[in-house]
Design a protein around this ligand. Sequence first.
Ligand code: PLP
Length: 389
Amino acid sequence: MGDLESESGSELAGFSTRAIHAGQDPDPATGAVVTPISLSTTFAQDGVGNHRGYEYSRSGNPTRTAMETQIASLEQARFGMSFASGLAAEDNILRLLRPGQRVLLGNDAYGGTFRLISGVWAPLGIEWSAVDLTDVDALRDGWPDDTAMVWLETPTNPLLTCVDIEAIADVARERGALLVVDNTFATPYLQRPITLGADIVVHSSTKYLGGHSDVVGGFVAVDDASLSERISFTQNAAGAVPAPFDCYLVLRGVKTLAVRMDRHCRNARAIVDLLVAHPAVDRVLYPQLPDHPGHAAAAKQMSDFGGMVSFTLAAGREAAMRVADTTSVFTLAESLGAVESLIEHPAAMTHASAAGSPLEVPDDLIRLSVGIEDSSDLVDDLGAALERA
Ligand code: PLP
């Protein structure tokens, strides 16, 4: 079934058909419908230097190829490369830069991305600045000459700000810089950055792609062959590849991405309705709300608004801590994007590494990853916790 293109080569099969079949033809040797987990680290060669596509599992592995083909197809990109974690994927992208070149990072982003750029790559000579990507004119006007890469999340972690991928891609292209989009929160089901002009899409597949809080992984999708060659080179040369079992878990998770995302979005709306009407809540951050920063961008480029919801408490930090400590269906834990609902306090947990930086997050903020449980149980649980705010 290959890439599931029509004979004309232009029309793709539907999203879920590709999620379930792209890269996943039945095993030719046995007819197994489920992609086998290929644990072999090495592969027999028919003659010296004459192999059947695989030599050594760091360089390539059949289970990994299936998953890379599947997710690249969903991102509508020609090439996909997977990594041992989202940050390993990000690290491989940053290796495209040379000392003296600058990366512009959106000033609202995952704390680990900030830590990787400022703590690992800046000491090696990579320049960086945090910028407000919601203002495209300001981006163009204030553009530093040494910029070689723009790095954006949309929606962002944890404020769920949305920025216009197409408009930023235009500026980046005009100035000769690469645009990297972290598509972890939206997933390819809701948003496909390559089709909007991004050069590189990156994922923490630990989140919605895996979808069950049981695998850590990262993914990079590109449409350009030379970029693919450069990133594949470091994927093999630096070797931060995922294990075959982890590839299998992501492959299996992605098969149900569409149905899970529909339910995440629906449950998130029920939670937003509760929060908007609750007197203990100060601000509700959800891209569907008309007053949300970037609502217009989200409505333009996303097919729905996602399963992440953030909010601030009118009574401040202590109230936020109490709510996070009190829920029972929402589990107090880091991470996001899986079937179970999670609640966290970003300033003290996921974004602690951004304290004191331009990416610091408010300490009265709560972030929810709304799962796929029954929405009435989620609403009751959070409603009861808010009574203690
Ligand atoms: N990008 C985003 C938006 C994230 O939320 C995370 C992790 O939370 C990462 C990247 C890093 O991914 P990983 O934890 O798989 O290394």
